[in-house]
Design a protein around this ligand. Sequence first.
Ligand SMILES: [Zn+2]
Length: 459
Amino acid sequence: MRKPVLFALILTLPAFMQVSRAQNQDSVILRKMYTEALMNPVAYKNLDYLCTKIGGRICGTAKAEEAVQYIKKVMEGMKLDTVFLQPVMVKHWERGTIETATVFSEKKGSVELHVCALGTSIGTGDAGIKAKVVEVHNFDELKAIGRSGIEGKIVFFNRAADDSRISPFEAYGRSVDQRTQGAMQAARLGALAVIVRSAAPVHNNFPHTGVLHYADSVKAIPAMAVGTNDADLLSAWLKDDPSLKLSMKMNCINLPEVQSSNVIGEIRGSEHPEEIIVFGGHLDSWDIGQGAHDDGAGVVQGIDILRIYQALGMKPKHTLRAVAFMDEEIAQRGADAYAEAAKKKSEKHIGAIEADRGAAVPQGFSVDASDSSIEKIKSWKPLFKPYNLWFFEKGGSGADIHALKKQGTPLIGLVTDPQRYFDFHHCANDTYDLVNPRELELGAAAMAGLVYLIDTYGL
Ligand SMILES: [Zn+2]
C-alpha cells in the first residue's frame, strides 16, 4: 500500500514545488512593492499639492480644471506610454459666498447655526427666507403632517444616523435620503426650504455637504445642511418654542454645463496591450474641505501603482491604466463617459479597482464579480497576510467603476478602516494634514499588489 502513495507523491511533487516557487516569487514582489511605496512618498507629495495648492474642486469649477491640468502634468512627468484627457460634460454649481442660518425665538433669543449649502441647491435670493420650522424624521412623518402643516414653512429633517451600527457606512446609508430627497419631498407639500441634519454618524458642528436631487416636476427649493450638534440644539429649542423662526440665506447658483475631463495615464501591456486593468479614484471633491480623503487619496494612489511598476522596472503583461475620474460627487458623468468610451472602442477590462473610502489603514478588498473571480481573489489572501489585509469579501466596489459592470468587468473596491471616515466626509475637516502618509502609501501598495496578481494570473 505504501508504494502507490510514494509514486503519487513523486508525481505531484514537481507541480507542488512550482506552485510554492510562484507563491514565493509573488510574496517577494509584493514586499518590494510595499517597500517602494513606503520609502518614496511621491503619492503623499502629489496629494499635498492637490489639496493645499489647489484645494476643494467641485466639477465644473476653475479649481477642478486646475486639478485636471495638475494631474495631467504629473502623469506626463512620469513618461508613461500614454497620457490623455477624456472629455466629460459636467454640471456647474458654485457655492457662492453667503450661507447663514439664524434661529429667532421670542422665548429663547437668537442663535446662529453651523450650516452649508447642499450641492446643487438653488440660492434663497437676496432677501433670504424666514419662516416657522417643522421638524420631521422621515418622509412618512412629512406626508402625515401634510400640506396644511408644511406649506410656507421650512422643513427640518432631523433623523440621526444610527450610532449602534458597526459600519458607519451603514449608518450613513440609512440617513442620507434626507439630504438627497428631502428638498423634493418637502417642496411637493409647499415647503419654502429645507434644513437637513448632516448625514454622518458624528457629534460635532461640521456641516456635511453632498448632492441633492430635484425633480423636474417639482419646484426647486433651497436646501442646507446643519452640524449634528446644532441639529440637536434646534430640535431642543423647537420643543420649548414651536413658533420660533429660522432665517436662512445662501447665494449658491447653478450655471450652464461645461466641459471637463477624466485624466488617464497608461503603461502599455507587453503581452496583451488590448486588455486593461484600470484603477484610481475621483478628482473632483466638495469645496468646504480640500478633498484629501475624498478622494484626492484615491487619485494619487492610482498614479502611484504606475510609479511603483516603473521604479521596480516591472513590465506588466496587460495595459495598466490609472484614471482620475471627474464628477463622482454630483452626477458620475466621468464614470459614464469612461464606460461609454470603453464600449465604443471595444476595450476589454480584465479588472477595475477603485479607492474611494478614505486613506485610512487598508483592510482588504470588496469584490463585485463572478463567484470564480471572488474565489481567485480570496486565494491570494495569504500573500497579503504580512500587510494585515484580512477583508476579502463579495461586496460593492465604487461609483466611478460601477458603470463597467454591464461590460462584465470584475469590480473591486479598496476597503480601509471606516470608523473615522465620516469625521472627514464632505466637510471642512477633509484636509491634507489629516491624511497619514503611511496609511496612504499602504493603500497604494495593497492595490499595486492586487494589480500585479491580476496581471499575472487573471481573474
Ligand atoms: Zn468620494
